[in-house]
Design a protein around this ligand. Structure first.
Ligand SMILES: NC(=O)c1ccc[n+]([C@@H]2O[C@H](COP(=O)([O-])OP(=O)(O)OC[C@H]3O[C@@H](n4cnc5c(N)ncnc54)[C@H](OP(=O)(O)O)[C@@H]3O)[C@@H](O)[C@H]2O)c1
Length: 408
């Protein structure tokens, strides 16, 4: 049995293994070769993720393995970190699949909450190359930011941390009230920083456009926070063309976050061309169609009574069966290429451009691993076309009152 206490003096060396993809390399001293890593892994079989690290090497995937190297030459611990292909949101480079944290605290069913498993999921995501983590003050409200803050406390520098303001009015309206007044932006960010346990937010989105506050005032206030170092980059969520242009004229917008998936395609005709003209990235939320495209949910009655998808028109009794045909088509293609439907749904999004970053949500390690493996699924142009041609779903993508908050 390997005994770390034999080695009182340790230091951490980062070893990059790059056989297929480009990764930055910190050459350790003394040099650690791939052969030596194999030898090390043979000795750390008892450690979590050693198998993944070996698969990483055997499969020729690029990645980083962080080795704790004792003085001398023996190794006591190995933790793998697999690098993912990178996509760009304006100036921000991120692993091309992110992680949405919303469902860990709220939506879709409160009865399924499991904070310990959620934190393991976030940690595993970081191990597997995710950098973009997505939360918002309205998720919970507040508790989702607290959960994310706890999870990243020791790993803050590995994360591109994104949160959102504007769906909680701190002037008395409370959660669910659209408010992007400059005062509310400032108050919201102070709260988010506190709950996330950080001194800066990497990507700060307006969650919904506030019809009562000119976007110039909102973005002006957020830009002040950038100047103060509390925020690095700005984003918008579910904003439409004119708002995006006006906001971008006040301060560069790095990303727009909107629903985008095989069954929600309204970003394609006008928004994507505009974002590309401006150099703004698109973060695709609900990329799995809120779970529907994975084929796991087979009937309206599969949903718990408190699952808010029961109010979503696409999940209604009336539309459910019609929409199953779409999920089944995704499943057929997945079967043909030896992937899962979730992976196919994500791979289709990844194929739309390196300025698009899906943020699938899950609170389970196993599903996270499944989803992130979409990074290695390569669809042919024929597959992409087949998926692009799928018939549109029945029903709006939000219920009526939510649709009213989405700018179009
Ligand atoms: N800007 C906005 O207005 C907005 C709106 C909605 C969402 N978002 C963001 O986008 C993120 C993702 O969206 P989302 O959670 O609504 O939808 P999603 O990612 O399309 O789907 C999430 C649902 O799919 C399930 N799931 C995940 N992976 C699965 C797999 N491999 N097989 C079967 N089921 C799977 C999850 O359940 P389990 O958790 O049980 O695995 C959850 O019920 C959110 O977390 C949030 O950060 C933003």
């Amino acid at each position: 049995m390997f005994c770390p206490s034999f080695y009182p003096h340790r230091e951490t060396r980062t070893v990059a293994v790059s056989q297929r993809r480009r990764v930055s390399t910190t050459v350790p001293e003394p040099p650690v070769t791939t052969g030596r890593i194999h030898a090390v892994l043979d000795r750390v079989l008892d450690l979590a993720h050693a198998d993944d690290a070996r698969a990483l090497l055997a499969g020729g995937r690029a990645g980083k393995i962080v080795l704790r190297v004792p003085e001398g030459s023996a190794f006591t611990e190995a933790r793998e970190r697999i690098d993912m292909i990178k996509h760009h949101l304006g100036p921000i480079e991120v692993g091309r699949i992110g992680l949405g944290a919303m469902g860990m605290s709220t939506a879709y069913s409160a009865s399924e909450r499991d904070d310990d498993e959620s934190i393991r999921t976030i940690h595993r995501a970081l191990d597997l190359g995710v950098t973009l983590l997505d939360t918002a003050e309205i998720y919970g409200p507040y508790v989702n930011e607290e959960l994310v803050g706890r999870a990243i406390a020791d790993r803050r520098d590995e994360v591109v941390l994104a949160t959102k303001y504007g769906l909680v009015s701190h002037a008395g309206g409370g959660p669910g009230h659209v408010d992007s007044s400059p005062d509310n932006v400032r108050t919201a960010v102070e709260g988010s920083l506190r709950r996330l346990g950080t001194d800066h937010i990497d990507l700060l989105y307006q969650h919904r456009v506030d019809p009562r506050t000119p976007i110039e005032d909102t973005v002006g206030a957020a830009a002040e926070l950038v100047k103060q170092g509390k925020v690095r980059y700005l984003g918008l969520s579910e904003a439409w063309l004119d708002t995006v242009r006006r906001a971008h004229a006040v301060h560069p917008i790095a990303a727009v976050q909107s629903e985008y998936s095989l069954w929600t395609r309204d970003q394609e005709a006008e928004m994507l061309p505009l974002l590309r003209e401006l150099g703004v990235g698109l973060v695709a939320y609900s990329p799995l169609g809120r779970g529907f495209l994975t084929g796991v949910i087979r009937s309206y009655d599969d949903l718990a009574d408190d699952d808010f998808r029961k109010t979503n028109p696409r999940f209604s009794r009336e539309n459910f069966d019609r929409n199953l045909a779409l999920a089944d088509e995704v499943g057929v293609l997945a079967g043909e290429i030896g992937a899962t439907p979730a992976q196919v749904a994500l791979a289709w999004l990844l194929a739309q451009g390196d300025d698009i970053v899906p943020i699938p949500g899950t609170k389970k390690v196993s599903r996270l691993e499944e989803n992130l493996a979409a990074d290695t699924v390569e669809l042919t142009p024929q597959h992409v076309q087949r998926l692009t041609n799928l018939a549109p779903p029945a029903g709006d993508h939000h219920e009526q009152s939510q649709m009213a908050t989405i700018e179009r």
